[in-house]
Design a binder for this molecule. Structure first.
Ligand SMILES: [Zn+2]
Length: 325
């Protein structure tokens, strides 16, 4: 009896104190990190040595914090005279550090802008080096990320491309969260080169704040659409902004209750099997796809900070890709 009384006492204590504690705890959420445009988004402006330096910094934070990630490569960026070894080394660092690589097509071709056969050829060409590196680590290529998130201008092209990808052993890597880090990164890398620390800090603050807005919006859209928040998939890019500040982004995600899961784990969420008939000129994320498929196009989507767009528009155009034969 005494034991029963004690139990009741502790249960009462627990009920009294656990409620306010649990009310403070953030909800349990999960997110997979994916990083596109490897070995570096801005590879035409960087030397191979700088790409290795940037990659080392980015991966050190992810590895130290035990955050899994898949990186998606555009192998065209490897072919620069005298630099091929360094650029391949940067890709290989991903695997050496326990991360995974996927295919983002050779030339970053949009499926909405080129013919299906040309796009399929570009997918195959994008496998060459990455497949060898994966095999050396006992792994296989299994994910494809559509450049620009463009999945096809019409349903027939979309479905044919999907069948082609399945036939080559791919699983499509969708995106549900995207705060346009690439738009910030161009301005950030320019400021970094000029040593403009004030602008760099302003961009980081804006990026983290805009990320918060995107997360608020798509967490709510998730709940409105399917009644829960699926395991999300975040799109980032290989750039100096992430290499130097991904730690702050990860902290922000943790504070919101996110746990970091592998892409494979995220894809096990039933959400990724929902009907998706989205077609359109503009690539967009899969939460938008599902909402549009259900006849509820998302309204009042987050507005990207105009001052960053204005700054990005003043940057000189990136040098063209060197020819590859
Ligand atoms: Zn890309």
């Amino acid at each position: 009896m005494r034991f029963g009384q004690f139990s009741l006492f502790f249960i009462t204590l627990f009920s009294v104190f656990s409620f306010p504690l649990s009310a403070q705890n953030p909800p349990q959420r999960a997110i997979a990190i994916t990083i596109d445009d490897l070995p570096a988004a801005n590879a035409n402006r960087m030397t191979g040595a700088e790409i290795v330096e940037m990659t080392t910094k980015l991966l050190a934070t992810l590895r130290d914090q035990k955050v899994p990630a898949v990186g998606f490569a555009n192998e065209r960026k490897l072919y620069r005279l005298g630099e091929v070894d360094d650029r391949i080394k940067a890709l290989n660092l991903w695997l050496d550090n326990g991360f995974e690589l996927g295919n983002h097509t050779f030339s970053h071709f949009s499926l909405n802008r080129v013919t299906l056969p040309a796009w399929e050829d570009d997918v195959i060409r994008g496998e060459t080096v990455t497949k060898i590196l994966l095999a050396q680590h006992g792994m296989k290529m299994r994910y494809l990320r559509h450049p620009y998130l463009d999945t096809g201008r019409d349903l027939q092209t979309r479905r044919q491309a999907e069948a082609f990808l399945v036939s080559r052993g791919y699983r499509i890597a969708p995106v549900t969260m995207d705060a346009w880090d690439w738009m910030y990164a161009g301005v950030y890398e320019d400021a970094r080169k000029r040593g403009d620390l004030a602008l760099q800090q302003q961009l980081v603050s804006s990026y983290l704040s805009y990320t918060g807005t995107v997360l608020d919006y798509y967490e709510k859209l998730s709940k409105d659409l399917m009644g829960y928040e699926p395991k999300q998939i975040l799109l980032l890019h290989g750039n100096w902004l992430e290499a130097e500040h991904i730690g702050e982004l990860l902290e922000q995600l943790r504070k919101r209750g996110y746990q970091f899961v592998t892409l494979q784990d995220a894809l096990s969420d039933a959400a990724y099997s929902m009907p998706d008939d989205y077609i359109g000129e503009e690539g967009t994320n899969w939460l938008d796809h599902w909402a549009i498929t259900r006849g509820h196009p998302p309204l009042n989507t987050p507005v990207f900070p105009q001052w960053v767009l204005d700054r990005a528009n003043t940057l000189p155009k990136p040098p063209p890709d060197p020819p590859v034969f």
